[in-house]
Design a protein. Structure first.
Ligand SMILES: O=c1ccn([C@@H]2O[C@H](COP(=O)(O)OP(=O)(O)O[C@H]3O[C@H](CO)[C@@H](O)[C@H](O)[C@H]3O)[C@@H](O)[C@H]2O)c(=O)[nH]1
Ligand SMILES: [Mn+2]
Length: 811
């Protein structure tokens, strides 16, 4: 077959010898679990009924959630892309490239937490991407309306004129300068030529200077002048009031003939800060993305979108091509709504103390797709087709609405001269609408329908109806700019379907999961793409409080979805959602609930040690065999999972630990906040995760800001340590016989302690602003120590009454 006609990707067969051991272990473990529960339920502990009951309930919960976790892993899918075929098909010699245009969205909100240098690096990696320049446009959404971001972007566009030609000339990777220069080059081994060495040195110097300029801007921005910022021309910066400012748009590159230093064109670079006014809900990142969907429809209207956070730089310059292998595949492309990439991180401390690497979590969960991807956080580096080569397909998240657009759009757009009148018709008075159109009534009706759906911008609607993107050539650039400002105004979405049925969906701080879910419900397919060289990389939160807050926000997002009308348990039947997908989504919104049994379970060993009771009765040989089998099967699944994901034991263990730490702190708080929101309408703030400005500097790793998030895990840790002390001192007092029954309890307590250990380390670090929580702690600690003293003190220990009062009397 002609190379150019072959499919652009394929599923890789997975050998049964690789997957079957895993499946066998899963089945075995389920069988063992069955026997285990059979034993547990039939053997209550008579003198500690409550302990026994609690533990059994918790164990059942864990088992069920484990089984849920196994669904996506049952039949994993791996895919391979063919970049060469993509090129053969769409980039014919001597003809202009046929690859589709892509609008890239970068979101940023707070230049103090998201250093402009990081955003600049992301932007540079996009401008230098391996894709036809005229087909890439980069939009930076600045939700902080910061002049610092604006100025930094202006510097970035200047530096890009040198950086982009260098990247392309020597095909370097990655194309984010900070990370490129951070890697060591072995000049001898790589046999690099003299020109490269010379130019590399020169551009490195340029980059250092660029960094100095950016840092100077940052330093200057530390202190806001009394009457706000002033721009170079002397006018005040319109964004001086972050909560009350007009929409701002600035095109930095890609117009007025600005070229790189070698005279080549550069991709477009556009700064956008949507309008903010008091009293208008702005819907955080989802709102920012929707504003970009509209403004980009007016300026470039590419059929495909790529969304990255300000720290997600392109690590593999072929990333866009990887995605296009799916999107532009003639047979499967039309069904795919987004291509998801795994999130990889830079700048994690070597030990990955807070389990940022996420490899276990992500790759396990998503590499083992459900035949299609299950949505989720990879969306962060996604290629969502919120707009695309079917009209409205990508603005409308879903098929139903899009179908209308497709019909109407095709008819009009086939005759290119009619295009203008079509655009005008939407904007003009009623009479214009009627002239020259066969079925005036239906057009009028559809105009109203569109405006109800997409808002009152005729240019946006016309763009959206373009079959393959591109701009309806109608208006002058002045009109377009006016329209662009109009579509990012804060009242634009009023009484429209934005955030409900159109664009990124509102109502959850994890808009990625919600939007992905909604698309899947409408029957779209998505793809998980894992090129060998990671496509995108980001920076991970480097201190425990930031990490806990991030996990809290994710869990809160899930709780919000759980309590909303979009809850995957009830929502979206009769659509295109597959039942395995549904399971997976249910799993991704109910997981914060696990925090309750988890906390109860972690408290049990301490209670057991302090009361001398246990959650299982004296065990028989049969029971001990089942227990052993269970432990072995748990270890075996762990080992196989590590093997699959190519994860080391260290990462796996961190992941296990963070499951307990996050579960006992962030997930619980997410539940509480979520309930408060549902029951009392209390809204919580969005805490943006700080991104490290400098790699290799982990000074912040140990900075710990006190938050109430600490209370539950710290309590668990302390009571278990105390339990161990009490238990052991008891055994010492009571002689050898008491060591036997103690063993199970100690083991149980140690399990909790080792899981919470990295947490303790995080807390022991440098601390900032210790508030009243400490006081509460001191009191708690003091009372526990008193109890302990009572217990150990030989005189009091003989005094039954004191012991009884303290509830510590043991038989
Ligand atoms: O009002 C806001 C708040 C946030 N952001 C941006 O949203 C992005 C994500 O925020 P961050 O604090 O980095 O959250 P993370 O938890 O690290 O982000 C992950 O999780 C989010 C929610 O699930 C996804 O939106 C992100 O793409 C994904 O990287 C950042 O670029 C922010 O600049 C805005 O644009 N406007
Ligand atoms: Mn982030």
């Amino acid at each position: 077959m002609d190379e150019g006609r072959q499919p652009l990707w394929r599923k890789l067969p997975i050998s049964s010898s690789r997957i079957n051991p895993y499946r066998i272990i899963i089945v075995l473990r389920i069988a063992i679990l069955g026997l285990f529960f059979h034993y547990r339920i039939l053997h209550p502990v008579n003198d500690a009924y409550a302990l026994w009951l609690t533990s059994v309930i918790c164990e059942i919960w864990f088992a069920v959630s484990w089984i849920f976790d196994q669904f996506p892993k049952w039949s994993p899918i791996m895919r391979e892309t063919y970049l060469d075929r993509l090129s053969l098909r769409y980039e014919k010699e001597g003809k202009p490239s046929q690859l589709a245009d892509i609008d890239v969205f970068v979101s940023t909100v707070d230049p103090m937490k998201e250093p402009p240098l990081i955003t600049a690096n992301t932007v540079l990696s996009i401008l230098a991407v391996d894709y036809p320049v005229e087909k890439v446009a980069c939009y930076v959404s600045d939700d902080g309306a910061a002049m610092l971001t604006f100025e930094a972007l202006s510097e970035t566009s200047e530096f890009a004129r040198k950086w982009v030609p260098f990247c392309k000339k020597f095909s370097i990777e990655p194309r984010a300068p900070e990370w490129y220069f951070a890697q060591k080059v072995d000049y001898l081994k790589d046999k690099v030529d003299a020109a490269f060495i010379r130019e590399r040195r020169a551009i490195k110097r340029e980059y250092e200077e660029f960094k100095v300029r950016i840092n100077a801007l940052v330093a200057m921005a530390q202190k806001v002048p009394e009457d706000g910022w002033t721009m170079q021309d002397g006018t005040p910066w319109p964004g001086n009031n972050v909560r009350d400012h007009p929409g701002m748009i600035q095109v930095f590159l890609g117009q007025n003939g600005v070229r790189d230093i070698e005279g080549n064109e550069l991709p477009r670079l556009v700064y956008v800060s949507r309008e903010k006014r008091p009293g208008y809900e702005h819907h955080k990142k989802a709102g920012a993305m929707n504003a970009l969907v509209r403004v980009s429809a007016i300026i470039t209207n590419a059929p495909y979108l790529l969304n990255v956070d300000c720290d997600h730089y392109i690590n593999n310059s072929k990333a866009l091509r990887e995605a296009m292998c799916f999107m532009m595949d003639p047979t499967s492309g039309k069904k795919i709504c987004y291509v998801q990439f795994p999130q990889r991180f830079d700048g994690i401390d070597r030990n990955d103390r807070y389990s940022n690497r996420n490899v276990v979590f992500f790759d396990d969960l998503y590499m083992w797709e459900l035949g299609v991807s299950s949505g989720g956080r990879h969306f962060m580096d996604m290629m969502p087709l919120l707009r695309g080569n079917h009209q409205g397909r990508h603005v409308t998240v879903g098929l139903n609405g899009a179908a209308v657009c497709v019909d109407l759009g095709r008819k009009r757009l086939n005759q290119s001269q009619q295009l203008t009148s079509f655009v005008m018709a939407f904007g003009g008075p009623l009479e214009t609408l009627i002239t020259g159109i066969d079925n005036e009534k239906s057009l009028l009706m559809s105009q109203q329908k569109f405006e109800k759906k997409y808002g009152q911008s005729s240019v946006f609607i016309a763009s959206t109806l373009m079959e393959d993107g591109g701009l309806p050539k109608a208006a002058s650039s002045a009109t377009l700019l006016k329209e662009a400002i109009h579509v990012i105004s804060c009242g634009y979405e009023d009484k429209t379907e934005w955030g409900k049925e159109v664009g990124w969906i509102y109502g959850s701080v994890t808009e990625d999961i919600l939007t992905g879910f909604k698309m899947h419900c409408h029957g779209w397919r998505s793809v998980y793409c894992m090129p060998k060289r990671p496509a995108f990389k980001g920076s991970a939160p480097i201190n425990l409080s930031d990490r806990l807050h991030q996990v809290l926000r994710w869990a809160l997002g899930s709780v919000e979805i759980f309590f909303s009308r979009h809850c995957p348990i009830w929502y979206g039947y009769g659509g295109g959602l597959k039942s395995l997908e549904r399971f997976s989504y249910i799993n991704s919104v109910v997981y914060p609930l696990t925090s309750i049994p988890l906390i109860a379970y972690c408290a049990l060993p301490a209670v057991c040690l302090l009361t001398g009771k246990f959650i299982v009765p004296e065990i028989s040989n049969y029971a001990s065999i089942i227990f052993m089998a269970l432990f072995i099967s748990i270890a075996a699944t762990g080992i196989l999972e590590m093997q699959w994901g190519g994860v080391g034991i260290h990462d796996w263990w961190r992941n296990e630990q963070f499951w307990v730490i996050g579960g006992a702190s962030s997930h619980l708080f997410a539940l509480v906040q979520g309930l408060l929101k549902v029951l009392a309408g209390v809204n919580t703030n969005f805490t943006v995760t700080s991104k490290a400005a400098d790699d290799g500097d982990f000074a912040e790793l140990y900075i710990f800001k006190w938050t109430s998030l600490l209370i539950p895990p710290l309590t668990l840790l302390i009571i278990n340590i105390i339990g161990v002390i009490v238990g052991v001192s008891d055994a010492i007092n009571n002689g050898y016989d008491s060591w036997g029954p103690l063993f199970g309890r100690l083991f149980f307590a140690l399990w909790v302690i080792v899981h919470l250990y990295p947490f303790l380390k995080g807390v022991m670090g440098k601390q900032e602003g210790v508030p009243t929580i400490i006081l509460v702690w001191a009191i708690l600690l003091a009372s526990i120590l008193t109890l302990l003293w009572v217990r150990i003190n030989p005189f009091l220990a003989k005094n039954d009454i004191v012991l009884e009062i303290c509830g510590l009397k043991c038989d």
